[in-house]
Unconditional design. Structure first.
Length: 115
């Protein structure tokens, strides 16, 4: 089972790929902190159906990430971008970079912003 924080990240990336019921159940359970009984009443379905939708939704999120790796790649790119920005900012302040290298780093950062 994935951790709560990781589940939230996966939900943000893949929620549109879930069924409407899975998305509703996961949203109410994790984001609105409702119990399964409260969700069942809200959605007009049984508690067992809520449980099944949550279980299947979490399983689908895990499968989507296992196959697509969008969340993993996003956070790797964000980390690399942060490191490059720090290197760039520190080097520019110290005037350690030749102009062409500075321009190339700036171009790479701009490309990463497009992703």
């Amino acid at each position: 089972m994935i951790e709560y924080f990781e589940l939230g990240k996966l939900y943000d990336f893949y929620k549109e790929l879930l069924t409407d019921r899975q998305r509703e159940a996961l949203d109410l359970y994790y984001n609105d902190d409702l119990t399964m009984i409260e969700i069942a009443e809200e959605l007009g379905i049984s508690k067992q159906a809520v449980s099944t939708n949550i279980k299947n939704g979490v399983s689908n999120l895990e499968k989507f990430e296992e196959n697509l790796k969008l969340a993993r790649n996003f956070y790797i790119i964000e980390s690399a971008k942060d490191k490059l920005e720090n290197l760039y900012n520190n080097s520019v302040k110290k005037k350690d970079l030749p102009t062409d290298v500075e321009e190339e780093i700036f171009a790479i950062l701009s490309m990463l912003d497009e992703i």
